[in-house]
Design a protein around this ligand. Structure first.
Ligand code: S3P
Length: 435
């Protein structure tokens, strides 16, 4: 599929973006191992999260879609999980694969997990290392243990593990394995990554303690099912937020958006650049802070970003780069080398797409440098199969001169199937999906 995008007049109105991807994965997985039924509302019905639900069904969990974006999960407890007859097909989803590896590692079963072309290139050695220290066996392809991977689980012992990178997927895989281990498990991060797993485990009654960057889990308690309402995905809202800042005369509200501080680094970065963003209607949903994000067109100046801010905006760097093309001065993003092992090499893909549209952008080994403001030109660009690159290109296209064609735009379905429709609803009329 390709997405054709014409430049647009002002964007206006309110959008409720679909449920958060990270929270949806965790809600399905933790509900599956709780003792009884749980209702999950606002579940993100995208390819990635539906794969996780399907994988859990293969492990013997009954999951019933009871209404739009609503699942009822009949939790079976950890002991109720069964060895699947077939490999678990995780599609494009690194989160799905890594979390499921952690889950099955604790169980006395052998499970193979496969992925699509992009996921088959992504390193699973970062999961293999801690799971093998706990006593599981993990076999993948080549030096970096790429998928397909086979996990032989059971009889784990708790460990203290210092993760080499701030990765919520690694942290969560170790904690999920720790639920089945003998003795306590501690994960220590170099800086804080998203903490949805910890919050949800605590809400379900797990014995989990957070002390700065160290998280300790003591196994043994059966998780209690909770009704979960999944907040809107901040990473999806980020595209409209930046679009509103850049398209002259815009004013947009993103309602019911997840505002967990481990996710909202972009608000701080854009705030430093001069963005007019206001938060209203703050509340809590399912142990997560939520609110409405109001954004209107702003004159931006360049910023320099690195260190602990990067993991808190790890998925928003491509869209931050789009904002930087319109900011006065040189924006520098550093310490972001983790972007090289996402759904694509996101540093290379972002530089290629925005470069093709006329931006002054160059890759650093660990980040990007963007000098603005530049007028962008419409172009034909390739998403490299990466949803966040495709949606960032669509936002850039709204302020470019002439039409932009984004090839390989079907990947947007992995996280945000309604993206084009929501852009149209905000007033971008020249957005067209073409098979
Ligand atoms: C995620 C963690 C992050 C993020 C990904 C979702 C999660 O990946 O980029 O989109 O839900 O745990 P890493 O753990 O590799 O940083």
């Amino acid at each position: 599929m390709r997405l054709r995008v014409q430049p647009t007049g002002p964007l206006a109105g309110a959008v409720r973006v679909p449920g958060d991807k990270s929270v949806s994965h965790r809600a399905a997985i933790l509900s599956a191992i709780a003792d009884g039924r749980a209702r999950i509302e606002g579940f993100l019905e995208c390819d990635d999260c539906l794969r996780t639900a399907e994988a859990l069904r293969q492990l013997g969990v009954y999951i019933e879609p009871v209404a739009s974006e609503t699942l009822e999960v009949h939790g079976v407890t950890l002991d109720g999980l069964q060895e699947p007859a077939e490999p678990l097909e995780m599609g494009n989803s690194g989160t799905g694969m890594r979390l499921m590896m952690g889950l099955v590692a604790g169980r006395p079963m052998t499970v193979t997990l496969t992925g699509d072309e992009s996921l088959s290139k992504r390193p699973m050695d970062r999961i293999k290392t801690p799971l093998e220290l706990m006593g599981a066996r993990v076999e993948g392809q080549g030096d970096r243990c790429t998928p397909p991977v086979t996990v032989r689980g059971g009889d784990l012992g708790g460990i203290r593990y210092e993760t080499p990178m701030a990765s919520a997927q690694v942290k969560s895989a170790v904690l999920l394995a720790g639920l089945s281990a003998t003795g306590e498990t501690t994960v220590v991060e170099p800086s804080a990554s998203r903490d949805h797993t910890e919050r949800m485990l605590r809400a379900m009654g797990a014995d989990i303690e957070v002390d700065g960057l160290a998280i300790t889990l003591r196994p043994g308690r059966t998780l209690q099912p909770q009704s979960i309402r999944v907040p809107g995905d901040f990473s999806s809202a980020a595209f409209f937020l930046v679009a509103a800042l850049l398209v002259p005369g815009s004013e947009v509200v993103l309602q019911g958006t997840l505002l967990n501080p481990t996710r909202t680094g972009l608000l701080e970065a854009l705030g430093e650049m001069g963005a007019a963003i206001r938060i209203g209607n703050e509340s809590e949903e399912g142990g997560e802070p939520v609110g409405d994000v109001h954004a209107r067109t702003s004159a931006l100046s360049a910023g320099e970003f690195g260190g602990e801010l990067i993991p808190r905006m790890i998925d928003e760097i491509p869209i931050l780069a789009v904002a930087a093309t319109r900011a006065e001065g040189t924006t520098i993003i550093r310490d972001a080398d983790e972007l090289r092992v996402k759904e694509s090499d996101r540093l290379a893909a972002t530089a290629e797409v925005l470069g093709a549209m006329g931006a002054e952008i160059s890759e650093r080994e660990d980040g990007l440098e963007i000098t603005g403001p530049t007028e962008l030109q419409g172009a034909t660009v390739d998403s490299r199969g990466d949803h966040r690159v495709a949606m960032s290109a669509a936002v850039a296209a709204l302020i470019a001169e002439g039409e932009t064609v984004i090839e390989g735009a079907e990947c947007i379905r992995t996280s945000y199937p309604q993206f084009a429709r929501h852009l149209q609803e905000l007033g971008a009329e020249g957005v067209e999906e073409e098979e």
